[in-house]
Design a protein around this ligand. Sequence first.
Ligand code: NIG
Ligand code: FE
Length: 390
Amino acid sequence: MQAGGAPYGLVRNAGIRIRNGRIAWVGAAAGREEQPTEERLDLGGRLVTPGLIDCHTHLVYAGNRANEWSRRLAGATYEEIAREGGGIASTVRATREAVDDDLLDTARDRLHALMAEGLTTVEIKSGYGLDLETELRMLRVARKLGRKENVDVIATFLGAHALPPEHGDNREGYLRLLVEDMLPAVAAEGLADAVDAYCEGVAFTTDEVGEIFERARALGLPVRLHAEQFSDSGGAAMAASLGALSCDHLEYLSPEGIDAMASAGTVAVLAPGAYYYLGETRKPPVEALRAAGVPMAVSTDHNPGTSPMLSLLAAMNMACVLFGLTPEEALRGATVNAARALGLNDRGSIVRGKRADLAVWDVQSPDELSYALGSNPCYRVYKNGVPRES
Ligand code: NIG
Ligand code: FE
């Protein structure tokens, strides 16, 4: 997938030269001078794409919420369940009780499911600890996964995911803890690559998030936001004004929010899994985002409550069927635009100088990647130019 005239930037009969984990050359194989010292690998005419990137997940947590899934199917809403102390709070209780090894093992199993589909970079958020100790534990588990598994893990601090139960209605108390203790501790230990927040009626207001983000920026951390999922709170415009890397969900995004994101170069991260599981009907304004030139990414938003899916290919399919993306937009959303949402410019496209993170597929055309829901045509993965086991 290179910049170029053909759909997907597709190059037929292509060759890719890899040196020191980077792409050293890409083009039509016929025009390529072979060097005697090179090892040559024939991929049998298969499709090669950038390794997939899931730029929004909550992979580290304990327990599951299948009970809420049944309740929602019987008519209860996500917000009702949250207000009764279920939802995020119930995963917080389970996560606080879990030992680190269990958090690591369960997150690793989930990660392996994503990796089987050609994933080479994943973002993982905290946010089910909501106290200093458990938030740090979650981020350390995410970092450890990145060291142990052959995949890059980008860790995001999501302390502002919900008001923790022990704070009752004391919003100000938790805000102070977040801004004065948690953010500086996370930054001091280098545990997060970015800071996220949940800006919504059931979570934090735009002003509260603004204060958290100002502090994050002062500590040198970029910001991203769960915004406009169930209502238009103006969060996306606020986040964009602070240079947010991405705003995510966006079903209720306003025209002003779109303009602000376009001016700031903020990526719109779509989470069709959450839309699907919650049976939402209001779609993100894809046509307007496209017209404004806002880059769109596609994520699983894997989490135990609203999107327990573990397939980025399925999220790409849903982004096409439910939100109207083209298959090409879906693939860009899970590669180059996902990289951008993470602030990474060294990956996501097959271009000279980029990291040689590649997925090889048993398909005839890239359209097939988001086509056959439930199939996994991944044939092989290269991480930094080296074939990955499994
Ligand atoms: O959809 N951050 C907000 N909602 C999460 C789901 C969290 C949960 O229900 O556990 C999301 O990204
Ligand atoms: Fe999320």
